[in-house]
Structures are given as structure tokens and as C-alpha cells.
Design a protein around this ligand. Structure first.
Ligand code: KG4
Ligand code: ZN
Length: 381
């Protein structure tokens, strides 16, 4: 079959991204414009600012992705764009732009679910590494700033289907990293800095218990079989527990001192935070990460065993976490389960995963209708 070059466009949250991928198996170019500097002072993504930044960045980012791939609008075969889920205004910028571009250059348009994109980040890189023999069924944990979802994934011919068997009941795991970092004045986003600082603290210093939330689906229509169990997550409790710890241990002053010390640093690095963290803060951060990682890994591996899966995939921004990767590798090995992650570059939001997820849809002729619109609450499976 002839090579297919798909231009992917992603704008669901705070990254404006474009990429060119060949036939779902080779990353040709990958451009990500991160808005971290814009949102950093607010300790989280400000939706209005995100939309404005996407508007400014989208044209140069797409041009750069084409240029890096030595491609033009004429020599690509299709355009893929994130339809949802995500921030309504941010999604609208990418989708409207992709729609207009596809119309202007007369190329097919494929609408992609962002969560399916995260799963295809793993598949793209595995194919690129020559691993084409994936064992099914696959259990994929998509764990990011907006999601903590478990999907059973199957492939029939080249078409993929997904079934959700668990999700967070409140905050996503990445959201907990971001909120704890904000509370402790460690900057935004919280994941990378906590990942770095946790290596300098004692993970067993503070115990944060988690509940098991395994249950049968209350809605019989959602049940695949009468005995099927769902595995849910919950990360708002640990955020409150960290806040309580800070109050009980009177840490407000040390947090305030760090705030003052780092506020004038233009491009805050994890090393700068480390220089302004005492032992108590490092132990708290390490214990927080350890508890979240253990909860994510133990629930996911238990669900994999319950459902008799053959392969595990862990993807989304939090999949970049070093302790999470190591713990998954160890626990999955105990169950003789192969576990795959994207590279760190493709763990967080990017457009290569969108172009890769679009490829099977392109082959199946599943093109977006002319009146396609973005969907902030789009579900997968
Ligand atoms: O997938 P992503 O880029 O965007 C969403 O779809 O949400 O994920 C961003 C999330 C943020 O919450 C960020 O703090 C978290 O991923 N993250 C990490 C790490 N790198 C990014 N969390 C833990 N450890 C990391 N190394
Ligand atoms: Zn994402």
C-alpha cells in the first residue's frame, strides 16, 4: 500500500501542536508549542488565555510541522484534528482551522478523540520500533491532567474499539499533582516538578490511604457480562489530606517563604524549587507521589488480572512520571504482563498521536462530515 502522510492538529488544552505521521507508523515531524509560561502565574490553565494563545500559534505551528517534514499542503494526504474532549474554546480553534484548511486545500478531514490519540501514541512508537505483534485484549490506562480512565481495547482488521471499565469519580491524577504543587507553591504544571522533588524525599514519611472502588455497574445496559467489575479512581481526597497535613504541621510560613523566593525567577526550574524546599516538604511530596502511583498501579494491574488482558498500556501526561513507570514495570512483570508507555515526548499532549489515531479511520473511509463540530465532553467507548 502507498504511504499515507497525515497532518495532525491538536489544541484541546494548553498545547498547540501539529505533526506529520507516515501511515500511522513513522513520526516525520512533531511541533508542540506549550503555553506553560502563559498559565504559570495562575497555577493552572486559564481557558480564555488558552484559546487566545491557540489562535496566535496555530498557523506558525502547522507551517513548521509541514516544513520540518518537507511537506506542503498539496503533498499531504489528509488532515486529522482533535474533536474532543477538552476545553471548548481551545478545541474550537483547532477544529475550525482544520476544517477551513481541509476545505481550502481539498483534503479529507478526520476527527479524532483525544483519548484515543493518547492510546495511539503508544502504538505509533511500538510500530516505529518494529513491534507489530501486539497481544489482545489490551488494557489502556489514560492518565493525564483531565482523565484517569481505563479502556479495554480491541482491534478488528484495522478498526479499533474501546470499552471503558473505570474512571475517576472526581479529580484526575494529573490534576491532583497540579493542585498539590499549587498548594505548596511549586509552580505549574505540578507533575514534572513533583516527579523531580520526590526523588529527594522519603516516600514512606506520610501515609495516605486509598479506598478500593471496585463495583458492578449500576446500569445493567453498560455491563458486558453480569459479573463484570468496574474499577474507579478518586484523587480529590488526597489533595484535601495534603492540605490538612500542611495545616496541622503549620507549614504556611515555609510555603510563603518559597513563594517569595521563587516569584522573581523568570523560568522556574525544578532545581530552583529544590533549593527552597525543606525536608518536611520533600517528604510530603514524595509520600504524595508514592501514594498516587501505588493506587494507580495496584488498581490497574488488578483490573488487568480480573479481565484477563494480555497487554498493558499506560499513556497521557502522568505516564511521564518516573516512579509510575518503574512501579508499573515491576508489578506488571510479577503478573508476566508486557507493559508499554509512550516516550516522554509523546506522553503529554501532541499532534503525532492524533495523526496516528486517524490512520485506521482514513483506511476505513471514516471522514468527518462537512458540519463536524468540536465536542468538549466527547466520550470514548
Ligand atoms: O496529557 P496531558 O499533556 O494533558 C491532558 O490531556 O491533560 O497531561 C498533562 C498532565 C498535567 O496534569 C501534568 O502535571 C501531568 O500531566 N504530568 C506529570 C508529569 N509530566 C506531566 N505528572 C506526573 N509526573 C510527570 N513527570
Ligand atoms: Zn491529553
Amino acid at each position: 500500500m502507498a504511504d499515507t502522510y497525515i497532518l495532525g492538529i491538536e489544541s484541546s488544552c494548553d498545547e498547540t501542536a501539529a505533526a506529520v505521521v507516515r501511515s500511522g507508523e513513522e513520526l516525520i515531524s512533531n511541533v508542540v508549542y506549550s503555553q506553560i509560561a502563559t498559565h504559570h502565574p495562575y497555577g493552572g490553565v486559564v481557558p480564555e488565555l488558552a484559546s487566545r494563545e491557540h489562535l496566535r500559534a496555530i498557523v506558525p505551528v502547522v507551517r513548521k510541522a509541514l516544513e520540518d517534514a518537507s511537506k506542503t499542503y498539496e503533498t499531504i494526504d489528509a488532515i486529522a484534528v482533535t474533536q474532543g474532549p477538552g476545553l471548548a474554546g481551545s478545541l474550537l480553534v483547532g477544529l475550525s482551522y482544520a476544517k477551513a484548511l481541509a476545505f481550502a486545500v481539498d483534503k479529507p478531514l478526520i476527527a479524532v478523540n483525544h483519548l484515543e490519540g493518547h492510546i495511539h501514541a503508544v502504538l505509533l512508537e511500538e510500530r516505529q520500533n518494529g513491534n507489530t505483534e501486539l497481544q489482545f485484549p489490551v488494557l489502556a490506562l489514560v492518565v493525564s491532567g483531565g482523565h484517569t480512565h481505563l479502556y479495554l481495547a480491541e482491534r478488528r482488521n484495522s478498526a479499533w474499539t474501546y470499552r471503558n471499565i473505570g474512571h475517576t469519580r472526581d479529580d484526575a491524577a494529573g490534576e491532583a499533582f497540579d493542585k498539590v504543587a499549587k498548594l505548596l507553591e511549586l509552580g505549574y504544571p505540578g507533575g514534572p516538578v513533583i516527579d523531580f522533588l520526590a526523588k529527594h524525599g522519603d516516600p514512606d514519611a506520610v501515609k495516605f490511604p486509598f479506598a478500593q472502588i471496585k463495583h458492578r455497574d449500576r446500569n445493567p445496559e453498560n455491563r458486558h457480562s453480569p459479573d463484570e467489575l468496574r474499577t474507579d479512581f478518586s484523587y480529590s481526597g488526597i489533595k484535601t489530606a495534603v492540605l490538612r497535613y500542611v495545616e496541622v504541621h503549620v507549614m504556611a510560613e515555609s510555603i510563603q517563604r518559597r513563594r517569595e523566593a521563587i516569584k522573581s525567577i523568570a523560568k522556574l526550574k525544578p532545581e530552583d524549587c529544590l533549593a527552597h524546599c525543606d525536608r518536611q516538604t520533600l517528604d510530603l511530596v514524595a509520600s504524595f507521589q508514592h501514594a498516587v502511583v501505588n493506587d494507580l498501579v495496584s488498581k490497574t494491574v488488578a483490573a488487568a488480572v480480573d479481565h484477563g488482558v494480555a497487554t498493558l498500556m499506560v499513556t497521557g501526561g502522568v505516564a511521564a512520571n518516573s516512579e509510575l513507570r518503574e512501579t508499573f514495570e515491576n508489578r506488571a512483570a510479577e503478573e508476566a504482563l508486557p507493559v508499554f508507555f509512550p516516550s516522554r515526548k509523546l506522553s503529554t499532549d501532541n499532534a503525532a498521536m492524533i495523526a496516528a489515531a486517524a490512520y485506521p479511520r482514513f483506511l476505513a473511509g471514516e471522514l468527518a462530515p462537512a458540519d463536524v463540530s468540536s465536542d468538549a465532553g466527547l466520550r470514548l467507548g
